[in-house]
Design a protein around this ligand. Structure first.
Ligand SMILES: O=P(O)(O)O[C@H]1O[C@H](CO)[C@@H](O[C@H]2O[C@H](CO)[C@@H](O)[C@H](O)[C@H]2O)[C@H](O)[C@H]1O
Length: 644
């Protein structure tokens, strides 16, 4: 049967893949919904957005208002973690249409007796819905509209705002139409705003030549907290395989005493639900996580689904690996990288249900036993998308607080798909974006395309796998720039800590982006007491990020023109425009840079501004559109708070 609705609803936004995937928000954010709505003829339309949290029985609704060219808009706030659904509903509002037409006839001095009788029908139709204190007024109206002697009162009330508000409140949704149901997934704030520090727990020992322990890590927590980091990410903490163990500098054979790569998980000491004996016990780890929490730090664990040849899984569940005719398993790879010390999990195994359950149990074990709430997921793009969709949904059902960072450095569509499958944050190409154009284009792509709805970037200037060419000079100014850019362009930032802070930079070989003597294959003794300019400025920038709401989100950004290719500037604002900042960064690590910066006058309300550099405390008054700045390699950025 043909649907008789007269409303066309098109271009509902935001939406992802026709509702197949959810957009993302954090608690307290708004979803601003727009849609095109129109019908044949000239009748008055009405529309609303209906939304509902998965735990609610009933939907709530907000009315849409027309903007231009048949586009309508409304917004709603998401208050709880988990899924919300929303859709647009539209109808021809015959009551409002009646009021609109009657008003025009009255203005034209026409006699509207028949229209008033019709109006009485609309008034009676809403009587049943009205509250007791509204009923009297509506009854009076019905009386006026049907009584000749009350004609003057009737035409006054027929055109009144009061009646209009009744029709708005109790709409008669005749032959309404509705859009597809869409989804938004709501996370806690940490999903959007986080400051990560990574170190290898085995390098936490203060004693030369001694393997670090969880207890040693506890002593470093205060330092991490003092620097303003809120997320401490550890590479895997499980027993490390002894068979095929890697040696220093990625050697495929280990020498006596080599500690191996922590991602080579599993040995006779246990697998993914055990801790490396030299780091300590599960109780020690629990104590560390607890102490970190007291200092406002969440410990993020690595979730790396692979097994060393001597992992207990290999013997106990051989069906979870793909055996070749020669009785071996092909080692794992992330081309061109070769991981000769680990075997990939076979997700298509005929025993896949038990396998998947086990992998879920691993994640739940650390969540439920040790209160872990953040996972950095190793190489998710080498495992099936549908597995991640399932796993994340299963965990979120019980623990909506748990967040997942996708460590996938691969093709853009694959990285996007992982985010759509539920990853809360993702690594990015920031690490390799250096010039003003590269950085601007990349951030605009992340914040102005559809990606802004589902992909939460986490900017890392370096990782244990990536010693980027840009940092290999060991130049302090470049390190300062990189941290500043990462921490102010994106609301989530992370560093592979001591190596970045202390500007360790020797590459494994010329033309390679791997670290020489990488901590991935040996432990270090760091002089954690050492403070330098980088430590001080990172601490300062992190403290400012905590105070300035505009730096706690990524999408509200506008790049500003400058007349120097080595100087970039960008303006950020919070959702209510209560907090506004302006960043100016020199990309020249060797020379003083001067530039004229064009401030975004329109966004600033076309008025003069005071800018206070939150790093130096200096204030400037800018009453023109173009303003002069000078930056030196010693302090290559301004972080201005804007005041009007
Ligand atoms: O493949 P990616 O570049 O995304 O890197 C991640 O996964 C790797 C495999 O887990 C991991 O590689 C390290 O561990 C391997 C297994 O022990 C070892 O063979 C590699 O030499 C070592 O780099 C990498 O660290 C991780 O970030």
């Amino acid at each position: 049967m043909q649907n008789q609705t007269r409303i066309i609803i098109e271009n509902v936004s935001p939406q992802l893949d026709c509702g197949a995937n959810a957009i993302k928000r954090i608690v307290g954010q708004k979803v601003v919904v727009t849609a095109d709505l129109f019908s044949d003829g000239h009748d008055v339309l009405e529309s609303c957005v209906k939304f509902k949290h998965e735990s609610d029985e009933y939907s709530q609704e907000v009315r849409m208002t027309p903007t231009v060219n048949d586009e309508w808009i409304a917004e709603f706030k998401v208050e709880k973690q988990g899924f919300y659904t929303y859709y647009v509903e539209g109808w021809v509002d015959y009551a409002l249409n009646w009021q609109h037409g009657t008003e025009r006839k009255i203005q034209d001095n026409q006699y509207v007796k028949s229209e008033l009788l019709e109006g009485a029908e609309y008034v009676r139709a809403i009587l049943a819905l009205a509250t007791s204190d509204e009923v009297d007024y509506l009854n009076t109206l019905a009386y006026y509209f049907t009584t000749e002697s009350e004609y003057e009162n009737a035409i006054r009330e027929a055109t009144s705002y009061r009646l209009k508000s009744f029709f708005k409140k109790y709409p008669i949704r005749f032959l309404e139409n509705k859009s597809l149901e869409l989804k938004v997934y709501v996370d806690r704030k940490k999903a959007l705003f986080s400051t990560w520090y990574e170190f290898f727990p085995r390098s936490a020992s203060p004693d030369e030549g001694r393997h670090g322990t969880f207890k040693d890590c506890e002593r470093l927590l205060q330092r991490v907290a003092d620097m303003g980091f809120d997320t401490l990410y550890f590479p895997p903490i499980h027993p490390i395989g002894e068979v095929n163990r890697k040696g220093k500098n990625n050697a495929t054979t280990a020498e006596y005493g080599n500690v191996g790569s922590p991602w080579g998980i599993g040995s006779h000491h246990g697998g993914h639900q055990s801790t490396h004996p030299e780091l300590g016990t599960i109780d020690d780890f629990k104590a560390l996580v607890h102490k970190a929490q007291e200092l406002g730090i969440e410990v993020a664990m690595d979730y790396a689904l692979q097994a060393a040849p001597d992992h207990p899984y290999v013997k106990d569940f051989p069906q979870w690996f793909k055996w070749r005719p020669d009785g071996t398993v092909q080692y794992a790879e992330n081309p061109p990288k070769k991981y000769q010390d680990i075997q990939p999990i076979y997700f298509e195994s005929s025993d896949w249900k038990n396998l998947w359950k086990e992998l879920l149990d691993v994640a739940l074990f650390w969540i439920e036993e040790c209160n872990i709430k953040i996972y950095r997921v190793d190489n998710p793009h080498t495992k099936p998308f549908y597995f991640w969709g399932w796993l994340i949904a299963e965990i979120k059902k019980k623990h909506p607080d748990v967040l997942f960072l996708a460590e996938a450095f691969t093709r853009p569509k694959i990285m996007n798909e992982l985010a759509k499958q539920g990853f809360s944050q993702s690594y990015t190409y920031f690490t390799w974006r250096n010039s003003k154009k590269e950085l601007t284009d990349y951030v605009e792509e992340l914040t102005q395309s559809e990606q802004k709805e589902f992909y939460r970037p986490n900017f890392w200037p370096n990782t244990p796998d990536i010693n980027p060419f840009a940092l290999q000079s060991g130049n302090e100014s470049v390190h300062l720039q990189k941290y500043f850019l990462a921490a102010t362009l994106s609301s989530s930032v992370g560093i592979y800590g001591p190596v970045f802070e202390y500007m360790v930079c020797a590459p494994m070989a010329a033309g390679k982006e791997e670290y020489l003597n990488s901590e991935k294959y040996e432990y270090y003794k760091w002089n954690w007491e050492k403070q330098n300019k980088l430590t001080t400025l990172i601490t300062k920038v992190n403290a400012i990020r905590k105070e300035q709401d505009s730096l706690q989100q990524t999408n509200n950004i506008v790049f500003c023109d400058t007349n120097n290719e080595q100087v970039m500037a960008y303006y950020k604002f919070d959702d209510n425009k209560q907090n506004e900042t302006l960043m100016v960064v020199s990309l020249d690590a060797f020379n003083t840079s001067q530039a004229m910066v064009r401030i975004p006058l329109e966004q600033l309300g076309n008025q003069p501004i005071h800018v206070t550099d939150l790093i130096t405390g200096n204030t400037y008054f800018w009453d023109k559109e173009w303003n002069f700045v000078v930056l030196s390699p010693e302090l290559p950025f301004h972080l201005f708070k804007i005041q009007k």
